[in-house]
Design a protein. Sequence first.
Length: 398
Amino acid sequence: MDFISQRVQSLAASQTLAMSQKSSELRARGVDVINLSVGEPDFPTPQHIKDAAVAAIADNFTFYTPVPGYLSLRRAIADKLARENGLSYAPEQIVVSTGAKQALCNVILSTVNPGDEVIIPTPAWVSYVEMVKLAEGVTVEVPAGIDTDFKITPAQLEAAITPRTRMLLMCSPSNPTGSVYTPEELRALVDVLARHPQVIVMADEIYEHINYTGSFTSLGSFAEIADRTVIINGVSKAYAMTGWRIGYCAAPLAIAKACTKLQGQYTSGASSIAQKAAEAAYTGPQDCVAEMRAAFRRRRDLVVDLASKIPGFRVNEPQGAFYLFPEVSAVLGRHTPDGRLIATSGDLAMYLLEDAHVATVDGAAFCAPGYIRFSYATSDDNLRAAMERIAAAVAALR
Ligand code: PMP
Ligand code: GLU
């Protein structure tokens, strides 16, 4: 007897988390695996943020929290949006959730009706398509490969919009490609969106601070679409707080209220202690953010240099996030030394894990077969060793 709903049966498991799990299992069996699969900062959470969490426990922030989050945290987020992005949001327009992941899912479930189309430029982060599936929406992929630095054009966007389009889901800096849209490129997309007032724009800005271009333009800053733009952000990446699980949406009031209603029925407010830690992240010193960015940038340079020397790998120079997304189709169709065919990027990722002991993620998980993703949020030594192992494993293919 199969007790599992159609809804969950039709979902794919998160491949980023699955590859990371596989790599931990191999490591538990004593294999020296280098894990470049899951994307999370390798730094510990800064001390002043951890201190705020300890103080929160001592001060008895141990009760249920308001469903959209503590007012003090929502004020701190509103101040951040004003200070860093020049945006004006009232605390009532902000809903704090258990990670940006829940914030994204709340917004999709709150706005997408069955059959509604959601435009997702691809390559795209693993969970978007599955969240749209949960809402019984229809994903419309708009592909952009390495030749266009993984960015879609205004003409592609225009062609993808129909009367059934409910949402465009943008991610810049991008997971998995690291691409960052320039302000001019965003402006050109906004010009298209201005002609289609039925389209909600969801801007996943979780990698805002891991951005090497020197500045960041929020999609929330374009007046023509501001009343239908939802910003997603959180503390996971900027403040090395992935385990604390705090993210948020900043949205038109009706959407924020809908998210609060939904969240009130299935998780309630996010963790009290983590919220107090997040408040310290937003109100405290910001040098930690710049220090981590500088480290990621140095590693970006290292990994681009090493990966571009692997014959058959094509790489771009990512301008943000901490991922490299090489195009690997030139090495497909070859055989491993023991005779297995490497037909797909998924086969390649498994071969790299099992034979080279480097965990990566198949590009197919990001709607982009023919690519693989590395997270370079790890030490320089790990990156050097991983690239050496990958280069040797690829050279051994026949
Ligand atoms: N959006 C993107 C693009 C991400 O890479 C991640 C991290 N997996 C998230 C959202 C979710 O972040 P959080 O850990 O805050 O749930
Ligand atoms: N953002 C990370 C990744 O893409 C975290 C894992 C996840 O939540 O998917 O690897």
